[in-house]
Design a protein around this ligand. Structure first.
Ligand code: PEP
Length: 247
């Protein structure tokens, strides 16, 4: 059986103006022969033009969040059908910056996953423990609980990914040890198989949190790591491509 292709997804967060589209074009050019699947999730306003410029390339474009309803009175929000209409093929959901900064619970994340499926998007569902939860020995229980609560049964038979992102590793330069990453990814895999059966063996479990060119190869070759969700290092084509090549 061939191993599923790894997925390397860049999360630009609230960074990038229209002149950053040239960086995305450089990524698409450099990733043309990549073994991994590659995605960039820019700020929503850049999605239509980025999708147009990267059409036909190896790089998919994704959103960073979507509302749980398809349309309605939700000032300032963006729906999954809007993302798909703008050219997105994926969407990051339940990122810790949304869980903590926008009070998103597992229940809300699961509803957003359902909305993304209705729109035909591939969700990348983020989970991860806080530093306090890791220090108190609760990391495995917290993260597997988030997996159970954030992934609805409707995902069965659909393409999706899970991203394990310890909150304390995001943007800090800190990373868990390889053994800690493998332990968590194995626990997530076991939970996915319990929930969805043997087909969940192929669901990519990405690692996210301070992935950079210097640590990418070790992280990406760890057991049960099926790719990476990359924040800061995805903003520069040279760094992001070095991570893509390490997969
Ligand atoms: C992220 O926020 O998804 C992330 C992984 O950020 P960074 O790579 O900057 O730690």
């Amino acid at each position: 059986m061939t191993a599923p292709q790894p997925l390397i997804a860049g999360n630009w967060k609230m960074n990038g103006l229209s002149d950053s589209l040239t960086e995305a074009e450089a990524i698409a050019e450099g990733a043309a022969q990549a073994k991994a699947r590659v995605a960039i999730c820019p700020p929503a306003l850049l999605i239509p033009e980025m999708s147009r410029r990267l059409a036909g390339s190896k790089v998919a474009v994704g959103g960073q969040d979507a509302h749980w309803e398809d349309a309605g009175a939700h000032t300032g929000d963006i729906s999954a059908p809007m993302l798909a209409d703008a050219g997105a093929r994926m969407v990051i959901l339940g990122h810790s910056e949304r869980r903590s900064g926008h009070c998103e619970t597992d229940h809300v994340v699961a509803d957003k996953v359902r909305a993304s499926l209705r729109a035909g998007l591939e969700p990348i569902v983020c989970v991860g423990e806080s530093l306090e939860e890791r220090k108190s020995g609760r990391a495995l229980a917290v993260v597997t609980g988030q997996v159970r609560g954030s992934l609805p049964a409707e995902l069965a038979g659909h393409a999706f990914a899970v991203a394990y992102e310890p909150c304390w590793a995001i943007g800090t330069g800190l990373t868990p040890t390889t053994a800690e990453i493998e332990e968590m990814h194995r626990a997530i895999r076991a939970t996915l198989v319990e929930m969805f059966g043997a087909t969940a063996e192929d669901v990519p479990i990405l690692y996210g949190g301070s992935v950079k060119p210097s640590n990418a190869a070790e992280i990406l070759h760890a057991a049960e790591v099926g790719g990476a969700l990359v924040g800061g290092a995805s903003l520069k084509a040279r760094d992001f491509l070095a991570i893509v090549q390490a997969a």
